[in-house]
Design a binder for this molecule. Structure first.
Ligand code: NCD
Length: 328
């Protein structure tokens, strides 16, 4: 694998490899100095053409904790505003000497297009409605951490599936690891066709809240809607929102609740529900850093030879140099 554009680039084995490697990087992130030298000398650029809080900061933290240099590009304050094309922008950035580009764009396919132009590694940080592979990886890691494994687990993905790149990557990743996935949404918020999607569909959230291990809520992505797809937000919340009453039923049945963020409290999730102990949103964010360390290491790791050894050995060996580095 030279780029990570879609969950398809990894498949079940690749996902499992990232998750195994993540354990080692969780150990690193828990150290007093959470830094290793594995990517010393490498430069990672975050190239965000669309807003982000979690994904950009998480990739930048991951790259720094691996000892890489980080450069940040924000479309809003760049020469794109003066009419420079994306292709020329990429050429300009690459001329400075970079090893990886983490790309987010509002249009599907832009990271793949950039991968054709660029000689650096390209990682998709979310493209339009298409995919968000590292979100799916951190979601798999979080489920595995809480429930042991995804095999045979029942996962409901609830809400605006139509506009969600997270849902598209999650469905592929969860199904690849053996989960049984159901989409819960009004027909207007489902994709026009579900041919090839390994999922069931249910229109009534009340039928699933007590039957699943994971309730995965999606944000109502109003910025991507060009027409009124729900009669009103109040009605959406009444039918598909995680109200206190539904949350209590799900919690009693042992389900965890997930959300990729940013949450709209009061729309897809009741304000007071978001802070309940079975809501693992903060774990998802926390796990995002070591998961992205694993992805960067796999794609850029100059110590690939160490990957064949036990996972603990991978970072067990590299960090000592790093600690000397940091202290001395
Ligand atoms: C999501 C995104 O931007 O794709 N957030 C994220 O990266 N964690 C989901 C969303 O915008 O609803």
């Amino acid at each position: 694998m030279t780029d990570l554009l879609s969950i398809d680039d990894l498949g079940a084995e690749g996902i499992a490899e990232v998750l195994r490697l993540t354990d080692s990087f969780v150990e690193v992130t828990n150290r007093p100095i959470p830094r290793v030298a594995a990517l010393r000398g490498k430069t990672v650029v975050s190239l965000f053409f669309e807003d982000s809080t979690r994904t950009r900061l998480s990739f930048e933290a991951a790259a720094k904790r691996l000892g890489a240099d980080v450069m940040t590009f924000s479309a809003g304050s760049s020469s794109l505003k003066k009419g420079e094309s994306i292709r020329d922008t990429i050429q300009t950035i690459e001329a400075m000497g970079v090893d990886a580009l983490v790309v987010r764009h509002a249009s599907a396919g832009v990271p793949a297009q950039i991968a054709r132009w660029a000689s650096s590694v390209v990682i998709n940080g979310g493209d339009g409605w298409h995919e968000h592979p590292t979100q799916a990886l951190l979601d798999c890691y979080t489920i595995q951490q809480r429930l042991g494994s995804l095999e045979g687990r029942r996962v409901a993905i609830v809400g605006d599936v139509k506009h969600s790149r997270v849902a598209r990557s999650d469905v592929k990743a969860f199904a690849a690891l053996g989960a049984d996935v159901t989409l819960v949404a009004p027909p207007t918020l489902l994709p026009p066709t579900l041919v090839g999607w390994p999922v069931g569909v249910e229109a009534d959230l009340d039928q699933v809240v007590e039957k699943v291990d994971v309730l995965y809520l999606l944000r109502m992505q109003r910025e991507r809607m060009t027409e009124a797809l729900v009669p009103s937000l109040r009605e959406y919340t009444a039918r598909f929102g995680l109200t206190s009453e539904r949350a209590a039923r799900a919690e009693d049945a042992g389900a965890i609740v997930m959300h990729p963020g940013p949450m709209n409290r009061g729309v897809e999730i009741a304000a007071e529900v978001a802070d309940r102990p079975n809501v693992v949103v903060v774990d998802q964010v926390r796990n995002g850093v070591p998961v992205r360390m694993a992805v960067l290491f796999l794609l850029l790791g100059s110590r690939r030879d160490l990957l064949d050894g036990p996972a603990g050995g991978v970072v067990g060996e590299v960090p000592e140099e790093a600690e000397a580095d940091v202290r001395g």
